[in-house]
Design a protein around this ligand. Structure first.
Ligand code: NAD
Length: 354
């Protein structure tokens, strides 16, 4: 069986890095890699040549039984009978499942792996969200016309920056940790009750808004809140935003638009020079003035809309993504063939078309 790894057309990452190939040797399959696939993650074709055959895209698509990519291949490249492993986001685009079925393609969607302890080592959403949270703080620091830490110098003292993090999931917690390491004062908010202790353990203050809906049955994900709750939440955010230098928003509700937590009026109340980094930009944004994949300036406030910040740190992002895939491939490849065992919770969750 041949497994092919394509070059991502618009992403700096690559799904499998050369150091992973020896860990996959015992699977008894052959690997093909598209020319130049690892270049932006600092791996040359020669680095892959020991464990994989370097080929052009057409050969790869034709000869591979399983094709791995970070972003889904365009449907024009789907071929009947092949198995695709990617992130199809069926919770945002449910029609993709019927489209794949129609073409007779088997598909595993890594973003559908359940968020369980057993699946943690394969969880690409967590690996990438953690990088995004870290990078969000560095991006903010880049635009902020101020220091993060308190500075006491002969020329005068500088107060530490204040950071407000909205949504304390994987990305939010990493943003809190990074901002604290840089010396900022951090406050954070999340609707999930479990987030409070995690926020506090990182040395940040947890903001409480009463009356959030119970999310215990949502598999670890948040649920959509009532309009009344969101209204009270916005009022609380507005109060905090006026004193914040940076807001990092990561609030997502799976399969829905991101909740609007920072309306234009809040941005207008913020100090000039403040920075907002909106990681929910691709699902509509948590800030009303966010433009996806753009940096805008509104009355002196910089708003960075980017939901794919992990791609800006391609070397480690690819390394971690690849480690997740090694664990996943070790589960789904048995005796040199794809194992579609629906008794297995991880396979059942991620196999969107069998
Ligand atoms: P996510 O990207 O879906 O959402 C980000 C955060 O936004 C979440 O913490 C969510 O609660 C929060 N949010 C949603 N609506 C909000 C609102 N109105 N205001 C403020 N915050 C709001 O989340 P994620 O980072 O993917 O994590 C989802 C869950 O999965 C978390 O509970 C996390 O702990 C859990 N998880 C478990 C594992 C595991 O056990 N293997 C691995 C990773 C994540």
């Amino acid at each position: 069986m041949n497994i092919g790894i394509v070059k991502e057309p618009t992403d700096n990452r690559v799904a499998i890095v050369p150091p992973s190939l020896p860990k996959l040797a015992k699977l008894g399959v052959n690997f093909l890699i598209e020319e130049g696939a690892g270049e932006k993650s600092m791996y040359s074709d020669a680095d892959y040549s020991e464990g994989a055959k370097v080929v052009d895209r057409k050969t790869l698509l034709g000869e591979s039984d399983v094709i791995i990519s970070i972003s889904p291949l365009p449907s024009s490249e789907w071929q009947e009978g092949k198995t695709l492993i990617s992130q199809f986001q069926p919770y945002n685009e449910p029609e993709v499942i019927d489209q794949l079925k129609e073409k007779g393609v088997h598909a595993f969607s890594l973003d559908m792996i359940p968020r369980t302890t057993l699946a943690q080592a394969m969880d690409v959403l967590s690996s990438m969200a953690s990088i995004a949270g870290y990078k969000a703080v560095l991006e903010a620091a880049q635009y902020l016309p101020r220091y993060f830490p308190m500075m006491i110098t002969a020329a005068g003292s500088v107060k530490p920056s204040k950071v407000l993090v909205l949504g304390a999931g994987v990305a939010g917690l990493q943003a809190i940790a990074t901002a604290r390491r840089l010396g900022a004062m951090v406050e954070a908010f999340d609707t999930r009750a479990a987030a409070k202790e995690e926020v506090q353990s990182l040395g940040a203050r947890f903001i409480e808004v009463e009356g959030a809906k119970d999310d215990t049955a949502a598999g670890g994900y948040a649920v959509e809140q009532s309009e009344d709750f969101i209204k009270r939440q916005r009022a609380e955010v507005q109060k905090r935003a006026m004193n914040s230098d940076i807001i990092i928003t990561t609030a997502q509700v799976r399969g829905r638009k991101g909740p609007l937590l920072v309306p234009g009026s809040t941005v207008e109340a913020m100090k000039k020079g403040s920075v907002i980094v909106d990681l929910a930009a691709s699902t509509g944004g948590n800030c009303e003035l966010t433009q996806n994949d753009q940096v805008v300036n509104h009355n002196g406030v910089t708003i960075i809309g980017n939901s794919n910040l992990s791609a800006l740190m391609p070397q480690d992002a690819s390394f971690l993504y690849s480690n997740n895939l090694v664990n996943f491939l070790n589960l789904i490849i048995v005796d040199g063939a794809v194992n579609m065992d629906l008794e297995n919770e991880i396979i059942k969750g991620s196999l969107i078309t069998a």
